[in-house]
Design a protein around this ligand. Structure first.
Ligand code: ADP
Length: 168
């Protein structure tokens, strides 16, 4: 069976934790579609959806990873149906992710119109506590980002801070 997987998230911006999940997924599935949420939980994002897509595409090119990157809004189950995907990928970090992910998975299966399986990949130990929000916090305070973001992504973050339009 052809395995088409969707990896959704806000990716504001993509971190090395996300990248690790994408790399590992690309070895497991035939096709990966990275779905960038336009308005995730109504959170204000630093980067526009176009910028977030651009950063991911740039990163994939540098890292030589094959994946499609698209914007999406609305219900994930509708997007999965539209994409004719049969796998949903989620990354699991510390215990704190579990409660939310379980709720998310149960509701998705309740709402599902097509058959798909949710696959959880555990976070790499190095990135267990890494999130885009932490990265932004570090960035504002001029902390070192090389362990958390790829060099091209760091440039985007630095530029955003320099321009002062990061919503802070
Ligand atoms: P964040 O919580 O960093 O804003 P997203 O909403 O973009 O992340 O997350 C998209 C998916 O990637 C979720 O399944 C999330 O659990 C997973 N993820 C985020 N950061 C990491 C990480 N450091 N390691 C593994 N998975 C992660």
């Amino acid at each position: 069976m052809y395995k088409k997987a969707i990896y959704p998230g806000s990716f504001d911006p993509i971190t090395k934790g996300h990248l690790d999940i994408i790399k590992r997924s690309s070895k497991l599935f035939d096709k990966i579609v990275i779905a960038v949420l336009v308005n995730y939980n109504k959170k204000n994002t630093w980067f526009t959806v176009e910028e977030r897509i651009k950063i991911i595409q740039e990163t994939l090119l540098i890292e030589n990873i094959e994946a499609e990157v698209v914007a999406f809004s609305g219900l994930l189950v509708d997007f999965i149906e539209e994409q004719e995907a049969n796998i949903l990928i989620r990354g699991l970090r510390a215990v704190s992710d579990y409660e939310y992910e379980l709720q998310f998975t149960l509701f998705n299966s309740e709402l599902a119109k097509t058959n798909f399986e949710t696959i959880f990949l555990t976070a790499n130990r190095k990135y267990l506590y890494l999130s885009s929000s932490i990265v932004k916090e570090i960035a504002i305070n001029n902390g070192e980002l090389t362990n958390f973001l790829t060099d091209n992504t760091i440039k985007w973050v630095e530029e955003k801070i320099k321009r002062g339009n990061n919503g802070n």
